[in-house]
Ligand binder design. Structure first.
Ligand SMILES: Cc1cc2nc3c(=O)[nH]c(=O)nc-3n(C[C@H](O)[C@H](O)[C@H](O)COP(=O)(O)OP(=O)(O)OC[C@H]3O[C@@H](n4cnc5c(N)ncnc54)[C@H](O)[C@@H]3O)c2cc1C
Length: 453
């Protein structure tokens, strides 16, 4: 059945990240009248390409970086918008145990070996979870959710190598083993393990996708505008917006797509209020701490034939990878992605010893042979409109509540990476959730009903 919406239906979309932009553009294409409201002075949200800060016109990603092989929704959108994907990091991720700042001897495991070790140790739990169809309302999910990954390591008397591999996953989950629920890890292992398949970035920078989408909207997009409250009755919604100069305006519409992280969603007043279960889900969802450091050097000392170009580590500086192999120039950029406690550790190093302190920490990788040209550091927990990198599930999150994150509340439809069941934490999850929001609105307008709340 072809999606349809009644022409001229007024939809207010909140948040111009990939979720909100996808929904807004698709709705407009179908004939809806769209207003997209964004708090920042730019579109893209957690897709944030740093330009103009590096030599030889190079750029790098401070937010969403890799697009994986199986992420069909974002790949389709990239193609539709006339953009191109460039393959990167063809050898995938490896794992290296941090040897201390100045020692060079270290053991490297391929990503496959590292995930296989984990999969083997968790096999009985993964099998039981699969038998329950990976349902978050199943008894096995409830049991796994209560336990932290650290407790599981302790109970299984895991050796130091296994502990180091698991700690290195904070560059992926943005949470240390103490803060991550075992369910989150088992769920990952029961699905696609990250990394082994082909990865890519958008040619010219990932922000070209949000920027291209925004071109379709022009006067329908309002930047520097914060949504403060949403009220609804049987027939319409009313949104209170505050602009950066303190002016308050009201926008009336038929539906709202609320595509903001739960960190900021919590402070939007809702009338009538959300159901108690939905509020609990929103209030208890955690966002991971993460600092991304982009270091441009005069020579790419990490680009050596026998060496991996992307590695998870348990180092205080976090995971690292080549940030721009696909770009021209003799110089190169290295990304450090410090998730969980590593985010704080990285910030401490910078506060005490400057960026040079971080470079010194990379001595074991050969940083001494290169000169630092430029750097940029972005700490996402300090970003007021994200307050973290992306959502993660801690042992305090009741898995029964997960489905409430994406459940419609009358005329308000929720979108954003945190609402995606298949691709939570990914750009693809954001795009997929935007498409789902469009489908929900189409279904509602076709039924042509008032929506009791
Ligand atoms: C460091 C980092 C690395 C990442 N790496 C990857 C990766 O390699 N691959 C991958 O697929 N994904 C990655 N991600 C995740 C990916 O970037 C996100 O999942 C995705 O971009 C989220 O999109 P979104 O639309 O859900 O939310 P957002 O991008 O956060 O968009 C929400 C928008 O809402 C706005 N907003 C918030 N509150 C209000 C309000 N009250 N009123 C108006 N506007 C408001 C915000 O300013 C923001 O623009 C990474 C993220 C980070 C931070």
């Amino acid at each position: 059945m072809k999606q349809q919406i009644r022409r001229g239906t007024k939809v207010i979309v909140v948040g111009a990240g990939l979720a909100g932009l996808t929904a807004a553009v698709k709705l407009k294409e179908m004939g809806a009248k769209v207003s997209l409201i964004e708090a920042r002075d730019r579109v893209g949200g957690r897709v944030f390409t740093i330009r103009g800060a590096f030599a030889q016109g190079q750029h790098a990603e401070a937010g969403g970086d890799f697009i994986d092989e199986g992420q069909h929704e974002i790949k389709r959108l990239v193609k539709e918008q006339g953009l191109t994907l460039r393959p990167i990091l063809r050898k995938g991720f490896a794992f290296v145990r941090y040897p201390g700042p100045s020692r060079r001897r270290r053991r490297i495991l391929s990503g496959e070996e590292a995930w296989n070790t984990l999969s083997h140790a968790l096999y009985p739990l993964v099998a039981a979870y699969r038998t329950a169809d990976k349902r978050w309302d199943s008894p096995i999910a409830k049991q796994l959710a209560r336990q932290s990954v650290a407790q599981w390591l302790e109970e299984g008397k895991a050796d130091s190598n296994m502990r180091a591999v698991v700690r290195s996953l904070r560059g992926f989950f943005l949470a240390d083993p103490e803060d991550l629920s075992l369910l989150a890890l088992v769920d990952q292992l029961a699905g696609d393990v990250p990394g082994p398949a082909a990865m890519s970035r958008i040619e010219g920078g990932n922000d070209r996708l949000p920027l291209t989408l925004a071109e379709h909207l022009r006067e329908d997009l309002r930047l520097n505008s914060v949504v403060q409250a949403i009220c609804q009755d049987r027939n319409s919604v009313r949104v209170r917006v505050e602009t950066s100069n303190g002016q308050e305006t009201f926008i009336q519409g038929k539906y709202v797509v609320l595509a903001v992280p739960t960190t900021t969603l919590r402070s939007i007043h809702m009338g009538p209020p959300l159901p108690a279960m939905q509020s609990r889900a929103i209030d208890s969802l955690k966002y991971g701490r993460t600092t991304k450091t982009l270091l441009q050097f005069d020579r790419s000392f990490w680009r050596k034939k026998a060496k991996p170009q992307a590695c998870g580590t348990d180092a205080p500086t976090g995971a690292f990878w080549d940030a721009n192999e696909e770009q021209a120039g003799e110089v190169g950029i290295l990304t450090l992605m410090a998730g969980g406690q590593a985010s704080e550790d990285t910030q401490k190093i910078v506060a005490q010893r400057g960026v040079e302190g971080l470079v010194k920490e990379l001595d074991w990788m050969g940083s001494r042979s290169a000169t630092l040209l430029h750097s940029r550091i972005v700490t996402w927990e300090d970003d007021p409109w994200a307050q973290g990198g992306y959502a993660y599930f801690d042992p305090g999150f009741d898995p029964h509540l997960r489905s409430w994150l994406g459940r419609r509340h009358g005329r308000i439809i929720f979108a954003g990476e945190h609402t995606s069941l298949n691709w939570q934490g990914y750009m693809n999850g954001a795009v997929e959730s935007g498409l789902r929001a469009v489908e929900e609105i189409c279904a509602m307008t076709l039924r042509n009903e008032g929506h009791p709340v």
